[in-house]
Design a protein around this ligand. Structure first.
Ligand code: PMP
Length: 354
């Protein structure tokens, strides 16, 4: 038998210094921390009874791709399915490698996965309006020649879309791939980057079903040229999307009216939350095109804890976006509970100060 072993010594240096993505489960009454939708698709679950548990899932997810192709007016060969779009980020970096360029703050998985692969990460700060710093991004493109550029638009956690006049020059200047991560596009007012696919062979669009009521399924997909899809497909694990998720997603995506209405309700609630939050003294919400709102408060750690004490869980982003918390748009009742808790906390703080 081997004696005591230092496992860390065996682990790749880049992985030892990584911090795991924190997705801890914190008990709460009102869960507004993970950008999930308040609307589920319980009816679609019935499709799961048709699954034969002894058989592998369709490795190509054909039925799902057919539906997505129709909805997005692309060909099935332009689509690649992932176990969440997280997995597609992994596959993209496995396929193209680094350097990997992205603005910060943004979704942390671009940096975590790049580091896991030992690839060089280039993080360029956003400007004061949380838009891309066009000059700094272009300089990084020219100097570092990144293989991959990740742009989440709408961006997480800031909630804004990047100006397309700042994205287009990057698409033109780079000799690598530009991935526009449109996880939150269903809540945005513009049309996103899909129409540009035909003009830019180096453009990849990423989408997910997680934010529109199907987070439990873990289903994301990318849309790109057939050549890109063919290459990334080589690193995809054979049965990466399980049969239950495929069946339920196919059923849910056909509930077009419900999907549309739930998105409309979330957008309406987001705008209600934004106006109400702006009225609370000491709270600065940032405009959002997504299903969450980033907001600045005095003493974010204290406000985070106070909200949790009242049963409301939000995301503390004080590290990535100093002074800020992020709240997901929930159901009208959840949003009202959040607003009233935040109002009371701010009121109490004012009383303590006076
Ligand atoms: N991209 C962005 C910008 C996100 O915020 C998230 C989820 N937080 C993802 C991708 C990952 O989504 P999925 O659930 O499809 O892995």
């Amino acid at each position: 038998m081997q004696g005591k072993m230092n496992i860390k010594k065996l682990v790749k240096k880049d992985v030892v210094s990584l911090r795991a993505y924190s997705a801890s489960e914190i008990p709460c009454r009102v869960k507004l921390d993970a950008n999930e939708s308040p609307c589920g698709f319980d009816e679609a679950l019935k499709a799961a009874v048709l699954i034969r548990t002894n058989r592998y899932p369709d490795p190509e997810a054909k039925a799902l791709k057919k539906l997505i192709a129709r909805d997005f007016r692309v060909r099935p060969e332009q689509i690649l399915q992932g176990n969440g779009s997280d997995e597609l980020i992994y596959y993209l970096i496995a396929t193209f490698g680094g350097p990997v360029l992205y603005p910060v703050p943004t979704f942390s998985m671009y940096g975590i996965i790049a580091q896991a692969f030992g690839e060089k990460k280039i993080a360029v700060p956003l400007d004061d309006a949380y838009d891309l710093d066009a000059a700094a991004m272009l300089t990084a493109v020219r100097r570092e020649n990144p293989k991959l550029i990740f742009l989440a638009s709408p961006n997480n956690p800031t909630g804004n879309c990047f100006a397309s006049e700042r994205i287009l020059p990057l698409l033109e200047a780079t000799r690598g791939i530009v991935v526009v991560d449109e996880a939150y596009q269903p809540f945005a007012s513009d049309r996103g980057f899909l129409p540009l696919l035909k003009d830019y062979p180096n453009l990849v669009i990423m989408r997910t079903l997680s934010k529109i009521g199907l987070a439990a399924l873990r289903l994301g997909f990318l849309i790109a040229s057939p050549e890109i899809v063919e290459e990334v497909n080589k690193v995809r694990l054979p049965f990466n999307v399980n049969a239950l998720s495929q069946a339920v997603a196919v059923a849910a995506l056909q509930e077009k009216k419900k999907l549309k209405e739930s998105i409309k309700e979330i957008v309406g609630e987001r705008d209600r939350l934004l106006s109400a939050m702006a009225m609370i003294e000491g709270v600065t919400p940032f405009p959002s095109e997504a299903n969450f709102i980033l907001f600045r408060v005095f003493g974010p750690d204290r406000v985070y804890r106070a909200l949790l004490k009242k049963g409301v869980l939000v995301r503390n982003l004080n590290d990535a976006a100093p002074g800020c918390l992020r709240v997901t748009v929930g159901s009208p009742r959840e949003n009202t509970a959040f607003l009233s808790a935040l109002e009371k906390i701010q009121q109490q703080q004012r009383q303590e100060q006076s």
